[in-house]
Design a protein around this ligand. Structure first.
Ligand SMILES: [Zn+2]
Ligand SMILES: [Zn+2]
Length: 267
């Protein structure tokens, strides 16, 4: 049985786990090692069960612990060449990834890690590079797209393929506009290489989700410019406009910024 846990989602740190009885894949490593170890322990899991790490992009909230986790447990790290170079330059990543643990991937070129079949796809964002992941395990297709400046036709297609989907709902445009951030930062977040807002996320789901979709998790919510209930309501409302019912056509959950999600079974 495949299971999914989020250990943190948002600017304070991102880290997701897909695992079975004998394999585990970590996606991003932006939560501190000590805290992550505790979270694993709380779920009866151990960090040394992780066989591979996938990285989306080189912003600190996604990679700050990647060198430590990879180094301590000898875990290979998969990322595009630009992201690996970005991690090397990122001063927030104090311990770098050992050369022998580097695995360079290219978008749209599927590869296997254990029993997982993985395809990276391009996601526009203002990092060195950014990818989302489509991960197949048996009959299950799990997709993750975070830090999404804007959605591309390929990403719409991937939403249509997903049985399980983690997708960004970063901010409410009105809260961002009226919020405390300086104008340049507001422009960056709302821009085409920033972050996806609740309404963009909701419309993408309403227009591109298929009957394959069973469960959506809204991720990377802003602390200042969003509320979990507002994100959920926006999505539910737009879905309703399209004749879809959250909780019936597919489940919708919001991932917490700093608290583990509990585990979900992906059947
Ligand atoms: Zn981020
Ligand atoms: Zn980012």
């Amino acid at each position: 049985m495949l299971k999914f846990i989020s250990f943190g989602s948002g600017s304070s740190g991102n880290c997701y786990l897909l695992y079975t009885d004998d394999d585990a894949l970590l996606i991003d490593a932006g939560v501190g090692v000590r805290l992550l170890k505790k979270h694993f322990h709380d779920y009866g899991l151990r960090l040394d069960m992780v066989r591979n790490i996938l990285v989306t992009h080189d912003h600190a909230d996604h990679v700050k612990s990647v060198g430590s986790i990879s180094g301590d447990y000898h875990i290979p790290v998969y990322a595009t060449r630009k992201v690996h170079n970005g991690i090397e330059r990122n001063y927030c990543v104090r311990r770098k990834i050992d050369g022998e643990m580097l695995r360079v991937i290219s978008v749209d070129e599927p590869f296997s890690v254990g029993k997982f079949r993985v395809t990276a796809f391009e996601v526009p964002h203002d990092s060195s590079d950014n990818v989302g992941y489509l991960i197949e395990y048996g009959e299950v297709t799990f997709c993750l797209m975070t830090d999404v400046g804007h959605l591309t036709p390929q990403m719409f297609d991937i939403i249509g393929q997903a049985n399980y989907l983690v997708i960004e709902a970063n901010h409410d445009p009105e809260m961002l506009r009226q919020g405390p951030y300086p104008q340049y930062l507001k422009d960056r977040i709302a821009g085409p290489r920033g972050h996806l807002n609740n309404s963009e996320c909701a419309h993408a789901l309403a227009e591109h989700a298929t009957e394959r979709l069973r469960h959506v998790w809204l991720c990377h919510l802003s602390e200042e410019n969003n509320h979990p209930e507002l994100a959920r309501l926006t999505v539910e409302q737009v879905l309703r406009d399209y004749g879809l019912v959250a909780g019936k056509d597919f489940l919708v959950d919001v991932l917490k910024r700093k608290t583990p999600s509990g585990f979900f079974e992906l059947k």
